[in-house]
Design a protein around this ligand. Structure first.
Ligand code: AMP
Length: 523
């Protein structure tokens, strides 16, 4: 692991690793994952770092206590600085680079002249009321870091939900070429959200502070039982906090998680956020209240039977099978119709953003629509079949279709299979399955399939070699590499029939939905 304190050192390093990148698009190209922090690392930070390490070849962690985001009477001076410990933790986690510049190096003292000004209406509410200038300071420094590190992905905690929403807006508004990856809140066993500022709390205060979590959990329980009115949900939190008189709420509010606009009732989803003071420490916490049916994500290597299983799971549970393969076919059809060269990636990228794919699910066989036109039959022609892999291998295509898949996911109630559904497309899926089988078993199944299709007999050893190669390619490819989510349940199906796998997944789904509707305190 390298540690840089200057822009020059960091830039020189990044240039040298970029030069080493292979040119071929289908091989393992290096992506950069970036985790901006203020140091004093805890398990919450490490969850972001671990995810970045899983998803990228190079991981950069910045450690910088940013003066621009502290008010005059805030804790800039006493904010914990534990670089040596942070360094060990990063090294153990597999980080490649720590960037720990001085305030002079980041030109924040005297204050930087050029500022990033996010929308005032997103900064004025919630924490913005008592922290004027804070989010402008965050947006300015994070944009600066983005320009220096040029990451493919940047990881932020849901813990700082207002910061996350504002940075997502900045990235959209300025077309910054980075994907923001939101990561769930990591909590102590008491429920208290982890924070570097928890170091300020005495043991007694830590116990008291867990009331924030209990308040949010009460609201979540109410929400799950059908309550949608903001005032009632907020009141539930308030009542719990009132049990700890030394805890002084600053705000408890329900807002839209994207726009941060205040909500009177929840239609799809709401962000219930709060800040409270305990002695001299200011604590924040939140939870997302989402009216969504569960999502089942099934990932795994090729030939493990994912799509067969996904279809039957959907049928059995009355869910919608989101056929991502049909989406790639639909776009291929659209590109062919437009007469565009399929390898002209910029032209295909344009078309991908003009191709609205929809499914009509009220018929026996789902109807696939492209910009309103029924293409159910048209996408199954040999011509489309022959070209779909060329289209699916393009990064811009993948980005556009993942967005469309995610917008389907907003309503939930779907089963989706692929290689990175549980890690990338729907990282918050309620049920994540990693369906696998040994190479030998997959080769044996393939041999039987070929036989049943009347194809010439294939040699088992050749099939095994081909599957081995395919696995290697799928795990190292740049576009959508095969990934097992850390919270996925692995099903090794060598000794299982399709019906066995189906029953296992259905039981897991039923257990999960039952626990969601119980009075569990999990939020
Ligand atoms: P900070 O060092 O407080 O600026 O935090 C750096 C990043 O870690 C931010 O994206 C935070 O949202 C994230 N983070 C801090 N605490 C937690 C937590 N308990 N769970 C998840 N992410 C967190």
């Amino acid at each position: 692991m390298r540690l840089f304190t200057t822009v020059a050192g960091l830039r020189c390093y990044l240039k040298s690793v970029q030069k080493k990148q292979p040119v071929a698009t289908d091989s393992a190209e290096s992506t950069i994952g970036f985790v901006p922090t203020m140091g004093a690392l805890h398990t919450g930070h490490l969850s972001l770092i671990e995810r970045a390490c899983q998803e990228n070849q190079i991981v950069v962690v910045s450690i910088f206590v940013n003066p621009l985001q502290f008010g005059v009477n805030e804790d800039f001076g006493r904010y914990p600085r534990t670089l040596e410990r942070d360094r060990t933790l990063c090294e153990q986690a597999g980080v490649d680079v720590i960037f720990a510049p001085t305030v002079a190096e980041m030109a924040t003292v005297p204050p930087i002249q050029t500022r990033v000004q996010p929308p005032a209406e997103m900064m004025s509410g919630l924490c913005g009321v008592v922290r004027p200038g804070h989010f402008e300071g965050v947006a300015t420094i994070v944009t600066k870091f983005f320009n220096l590190v040029q990451p493919d992905r940047a990881y932020f905690g849901q813990k700082d939900a207002q910061q996350l929403a504002i940075l997502q807006q900045v990235v959209r508004d300025l077309n910054l070429p980075v994907t923001i990856v939101p990561c769930p809140i990591v909590r102590e066993t008491s429920g208290l959200a982890m924070s570097s500022r928890n170091q300020y709390l005495s043991d007694e205060e830590r116990i008291k502070a867990s009331a924030l979590y209990r308040g949010l959990s009460q609201a979540k329980k109410l929400f799950r039982s059908g309550e949608r009115v903001s005032a009632t949900l907020v009141q539930a939190v308030k009542q719990e906090l009132e049990k700890v008189p030394s805890l002084q709420p600053e705000y408890i509010e329900l807002v839209d998680p994207m726009t941060l606009k205040s909500l009177d009732t929840i239609t799809d989803e709401g962000l219930l956020a709060l800040a409270a003071r305990l002695g001299s420490t200011r604590l924040i916490d939140n939870t997302i209240l989402r009216d969504r049916r569960p999502i089942i994500a099934i990932d795994g290597p090729a030939g493990a039977g994912k799509s067969t299983v996904a279809r039957s799971v959907a049928k059995q549970l009355g869910l919608f099978y989101l056929d991502t393969g049909a989406m790639y076919r639909a776009l291929t059809w659209f590109v062919l119709e437009a007469g565009v060269d399929l390898r002209d990636e910029p032209a295909v990228a344009e078309l991908a953003h003009q191709c609205e794919i929809d499914f009509q699910t009220d018929t026996a066989i789902p109807v696939v629509l492209v910009n309103g036109q029924d293409v159910t039959q048209a996408i199954r022609t040999p011509e489309v079949t022959a070209h779909v892999s060329t289209i699916a291998a393009q990064a811009a295509v993948r980005e556009a279709l993942v967005k469309q898949q995610q917008s389907y996911g907003r309503r939930g109630g779907i089963v989706v299979d692929g290689r990175d559904i549980g890690t990338h497309v729907f990282p918050d899926a309620e049920v994540k399955i990693y369906l696998t089988a040994s190479i030998q078993e997959r080769a044996r199944r393939r041999q039987l399939d070929l036989k049943s299709m009347g194809q010439p007999a294939a040699n088992l050893a050749d099939l095994e070699q081909a599957i081995f190669e395919r696995d290697r390619k799928d795990s190292t490819r740049t576009i959508s590499p095969l990934r097992k989510a850390s919270d996925a349940i692995e099903i090794q199906s060598d000794a299982m029939s399709v019906a066995d796998v189906l029953n296992t997944i259905v039981s897991l789904y039923q257990e999960k939905t039952a626990s969601l509707s119980l009075d569990s305190l999990e939020i």
